[in-house]
Design a protein around this ligand. Structure first.
Ligand SMILES: Nc1nc2c(ncn2[C@@H]2O[C@H](COP(=O)(O)OP(=O)(O)O)[C@@H](O)[C@H]2O)c(=O)[nH]1
Ligand SMILES: [Mg+2]
Length: 471
């Protein structure tokens, strides 16, 4: 390959994509990014002149195949590098949201020399041009995917750099320690051999200063991850105890069929509801019947298999017991089988109890501590939501800005902690500083990987390929 060919293949090209979702809408946006975006945009529309950077202009969109007949009016906005989302020259044509018009613009742009953007390529360019770091790029995806306001808030904080800001002082401290040891090493090998090497106690203290905020950061994962990923919650119990009624009550609408006949719910019914900002997928199951009940038909039997699968997949299991009845042995067995899984025991139909005295409640009498609810009267539902939230988030991880929320972030922090612990150990047994420095550099690489300062191409590829085209 000739040198000129190599250098031209390294040149940044201009990409184009429809940035708005497929289908019809009030407006639809075609976005160009790269050195040719201005020229290509002007080939697609009629404008007296190019708008100034950051300004919008009303333009006509032409159908180039029909002697340039106008097919729409649009707004052209241009941004000049580096003051744009991608850090490159960007042009956005906001036409009416007609798929035909947008396709025509897209095809015209490609004919004029643009290339169809890959998934996430705008955000990837923003990252590569240093406009945002990797945690911020990830947040773009999370913000778009947010199902609850709380999720959007967390993503917006991360997009604003909350996580990076939390990591920066930790990295500063680590760099200080590395510099300290490297300076000590240089002195030791140079002429100034009587310069004191850094005392092990001092090294120990600085390692602790780096490790301690990293531990806090790692602990933020439980909440951040739960908030980002949501949770699934299965309602289980005998037939007719009121699972479907509770499901509807938590959902605040009549989604599952409720009847007085046992075995009404045969398949699992799933709906998502926000509890404390966490998208929770509620799974209503068929009752877990015991063999001594009436014989099962095939659909019911399959429903029971599904119920068992739902229990296996759930992040939290709600065992529903009828407060008006004594606890049955199979219910005790069910509760016992969930011993080491997150679960809550819920007593239903408390409105039917003659006395509100808890002692009179069958469940309490039977020694089963349950959250008492009435789907019919709405009693105990707030307490149940609070208990669900408590179970899902765990105690002792207060909400904080810049929480870790993806496995990738968690692994980077764990790697850094691991390396620092190894350094602490090496320091304790008095190993040479060269060896400590190997661990400290490993910790530094891990923190740099978190924000994307050093991240391998395949990891980057994996992150950006999960985006849609146009982001
Ligand atoms: N009084 C009263 N009845 C309820 C309550 N929850 C459920 N039920 C009744 O109990 C029966 C079974 O309810 P359902 O939700 O279908 O139970 P599932 O089989 O466990 O899903 C129905 O007749 C419901 O109306 C409640 O909170 N109070
Ligand atoms: Mg049911």
């Amino acid at each position: 390959m000739a040198v000129s060919e190599i250098s031209s293949s390294l040149e940044i090209d201009t990409i184009v994509a429809i940035a708005t979702p497929p289908g019809r809408g009030g407006i639809g946006i075609v976005r160009l990014s790269g050195p040719e975006s201005g020229r290509i945009a002007l080939a697609l529309v009629v404008a007296d002149h190019m708008p100034e950077a950051g300004r919008a202009r009303l333009v006509s969109v032409l159908d180039r195949s029909k002697e340039g007949a106008p097919i729409d009016q649009a707004v052209l906005t241009v941004f000049r590098a580096p003051h744009s989302y991608t850090g490159e020259d960007v042009a956005e044509i906001a036409a009416h949201g007609s798929p035909v018009v947008l396709e025509t613009l897209l095809e015209g742009a490609i004919k004029a020399g643009a290339r169809l953007a890959n998934p996430g390529e705008y955000t990837q360019r923003a990252f590569l041009n240093g406009r945002i770091d990797l945690t911020q790029a990830e947040a773009v995806q999370d913000l778009i995917a947010a199902q609850t306001l709380e999720q959007a808030r967390m993503a917006a904080q991360q997009l604003g750099g909350a996580l990076s800001r939390r990591v920066a002082p930790i990295k500063e401290r680590l760099l200080y320690l590395i510099a300290l040891l490297e300076a000590g090493m240089d002195f030791a090998s140079g002429e100034l051999d009587d310069v004191d090497v850094v005392a092990p106690e001092q090294i120990e203290a600085v390692i602790r200063q780096v490790l301690s905020p990293l531990e806090t950061l790692a602990a933020s994962y439980a909440r951040g991850h739960r908030l980002r990923e949501g949770a699934s919650l299965a309602l289980v119990g005998r037939p007719n105890v009121g699972k479907s009624s509770l499901f509807n009550a938590l959902l605040e609408r009549e989604r599952a069929i409720v009847t007085a006949a046992p075995g009404t719910t045969r398949d699992t019914v799933e709906e998502t509801v926000a509890i404390g900002g966490i998208p929770v997928q509620l799974v209503d199951t068929a009752g877990l019947r015991i063999a001594s009940d009436a014989p099962l038909d095939e659909a019911e039997e399959m429903g029971i298999v599904r119920s068992k699968e739902a229990i296996a997949d759930a992040d939290l299991v709600l065992v529903v017991l009828d407060s008006t009845q004594a606890v049955r042995p199979e219910e005790r067995a069910l509760v016992a089988s969930l011993e080491d899984r997150p679960h809550l025991i819920v007593g239903s139909k408390v409105d039917l109890l003659v006395s509100s005295d808890p002692e009179a409640v069958g469940l309490q009498r039977d020694g089963v501590g349950a959250l008492l609810t009435s789907a019919r009267k709405g009693e105990g539902l707030e307490a149940l939501r609070a208990a669900i939230l408590q179970q899902l988030l765990g105690a002792g991880s207060p909400a904080a800005e810049g929480a870790l929320n993806s496995l990738r972030q968690r692994q980077a922090v764990d790697e850094a902690r691991d390396a620092l612990n190894a350094a602490a150990q090496a320091n304790q047994v008095g190993l040479p500083h060269e060896l400590l420095l190997v661990d400290l550099h490993r910790a530094l690489r891990a923190l740099d990987g978190l924000t994307g300062t050093t991240t391998t191409d395949d990891i980057l590829g994996r992150i950006f390929s999960t985006f849609c085209i146009g982001k």
